[in-house]
Design a protein around this ligand. Structure first.
Ligand code: KIV
Ligand code: ZN
Length: 529
């Protein structure tokens, strides 16, 4: 069919260009205080990173210690998919150690770093510009004799004179580098500055189009991700980052934030990664479990609050149309669903929804009555738990909802030899059940003892303890998720004693299961509201 002359032609959107994700959780991340891992833990993490779809895993710094060497070797021997990379100073001993450690990798990379900034040249290296160029050139040459893939990082590139940085990158490309990396080692730059620098490097470094240009941003000013995105927008095609942004000092740019920014704002970046985004949250959780750190609640993408809403206005909006307050779908990053958290800011719509999820279908009159009591309770408590909702729906006092109550709890740790716990539970029908159990730790032991006393096997899907305040007498909050007949049941407990908090959380789930079986959670009668 012929188009009228003045018809507007559709402008085709350019295809998205694929960038490479270089994960340095196991090197830059692991070398920061609080994040060190054993060989077995690193191997587990490397496997998860491969499943996540990163292009390169920087597995460690083989010359730094025998342990690091062995970890890089174990990862290179068994993890397939991403390139396996090891870090080296511009010294033959370091370079050869990486080559040995990664000898069995399907795809190995040697990553050489050498500082280029005047500060580092003068105070750390005691080298002239010429010496830096010569040392780097020789190191890259030696690495290329051993490996086809060699990355050169100009450490502290951002504080390097731009003309010298251009000369240094050009020299390393001539020596055979396949990737040139521009680190903001001290997290000093801004998006505008790094964007302009990358654009200039693309224009002025001879041979830049024959290699991959990479960005590596630290987060000292909280700009790590913004700076990485600005570098990508101006020609970087590899981005170096870590899960959860762990790394030296304030950390590295967070992988999950970069990936989701590129995806969510594809209209601006037209870049894509090979990351399987539904694995982002499980991978961050795995890292937290391995290093014994909790992800901050408000952490972008993978924090517990990332898809949680408490305020009534937001909850109402969310129930009407998800996009009112969410720019990503929780399932796209690995959360099962949006969470409506009930508290003093919540409204009737959210209360009705949460009650319905628990099996309590309320009509308008019932909802009115329950809502008034819910508000009074929420004013008193920090959070309203499932058992509180059950109690409100059943017309009971949240304090007395059972059927099981904890009467006695005793837990002992046997240093180096596990722990034991004994509990006594009282049932509404008058039964008293006492049980004891051993465990790896007191929390483990108490969970086992409580399940035994109530005569139930708990299929625990998730268990977390976190501190709600600071200091030795801080409040601990335990949260447990249990699978029961295809449903997820949640229990929570708060106490200054974390073992007691764990016991309360387990008891909440046990009570809920028992109420489900006795039909108490079924729709309530009008007079109960
Ligand atoms: O921050 C940095 O400069 C580094 C290099 C080793 C790449 O981590
Ligand atoms: Zn770094």
């Amino acid at each position: 069919m012929q188009q009228p002359e003045n018809a507007v032609k559709a402008v085709p959107t350019p295809p998205r260009e694929r960038i490479r994700v270089f994960d340095t959780t196991l090197r830059d991340g692991e070398q920061a205080p609080g994040f060190s891992m054993s060989l077995a833990q690193k191997l587990r993490m490397a496997q998860a990173l491969a499943e996540l779809g990163v292009d390169v895993i920087e597995a460690g710094f083989p010359k730094a210690s025998d342990g690091d060497f062995e970890s890089v070797r174990a990862i290179a021997d068994s993890v397939r998919g991403p390139a396996i990379c090891g870090l080296a100073r511009a010294q033959n001993g370091d370079i050869e150690a990486v080559a040995r450690a990664t000898a069995k990798a399907a795809h190995a990379r040697i990553h050489i770093f050498l500082a280029t900034s005047p500060l580092h040249r003068q105070h750390k290296l005691n080298m002239s510009r010429e010496q830096v160029l010569e040392t780097g050139f020789k190191a890259v040459r030696r690495a290329r004799e051993l490996c086809d893939d060699v990355e050169f990082s100009a450490e502290d590139a951002i504080r390097t004179e731009p003309e010298f940085l251009i000369q240094a990158l050009q020299t390393m490309i001539e020596a055979g580098a396949t990737v040139v990396n521009v680190p903001d080692t001290v997290g000093y730059t801004t998006p505008e500055e790094i964007g302009a620098l990358f654009a200039r490097l693309k224009r002025e470094v001879r041979g830049i189009d024959t290699v991959v240009l990479s960005a590596h941003c630290h987060n000292d000013l909280g700009l790590g991700v913004a700076n990485s995105l600005a570098a990508l927008a101006n020609g970087a095609r590899q981005v170096e980052c870590t899960i959860g942004g762990i790394g030296e000092r304030a950390g590295n740019a967070a992988l999950e934030e970069i990936v989701m920014a590129l995806r969510t704002r594809g209209d601006r970046f037209r870049l894509e990664t090979g990351i399987r985004t539904p694995l982002l949250y499980p991978t961050a959780r795995l890292l937290g479990d391995l290093v014994g750190a909790t992800i901050p609640r408000n952490k972008a993408i993978v924090g517990e609050n990332a898809f949680a809403h408490e305020s009534g206005i937001h909850q109402h909006g969310m129930l009407k149309h998800r996009e009112t307050y969410e720019i990503m779908r929780p399932e796209d990053v690995g959360f099962s669903r949006t969470q409506l958290v009930l508290g003093k800011h919540s409204g009737r719509h959210a209360l009705r929804e949460c009650m319905s999820n628990l099996g309590h279908e309320l009509d308008e009159t019932q909802l009115d009555a329950v809502f008034a009591r819910f508000k009074a309770l929420a004013d008193k408590k920090k959070e309203v738990f499932d058992c509180d909702l059950d109690a409100l729906a059943l017309g009971m006092d949240p304090e007395s909802i059972g059927p099981w109550k904890l009467q006695h709890l005793h837990a002992t740790t046997h240093l180096g030899n596990g722990a034991s716990a004994s509990v006594k539970l009282r049932h509404h029908d008058g039964r008293l059940c006492a049980e004891a159990a051993l465990g790896d730790g007191p929390v483990h032991a108490v969970l086992r003892a409580i399940a035994r006393a109530a005569g139930m096997a708990l299929d625990i899907d998730d268990f977390q303890i976190r501190s709600l305040s600071n200091g030795a007498d801080a409040l601990g909050r335990a949260a447990i998720t249990v699978r029961h007949n295809g449903r997820e049941l949640h229990g929570r407990g708060v106490s200054t004693d974390i073992v007691e908090a764990a016991a309360q959380a387990a008891l909440e789930v046990i009570n809920r299961i028992e109420r489900l079986h006795s039909g108490q959670s079924l729709p309530i009668a009008a007079n109960q509201a």
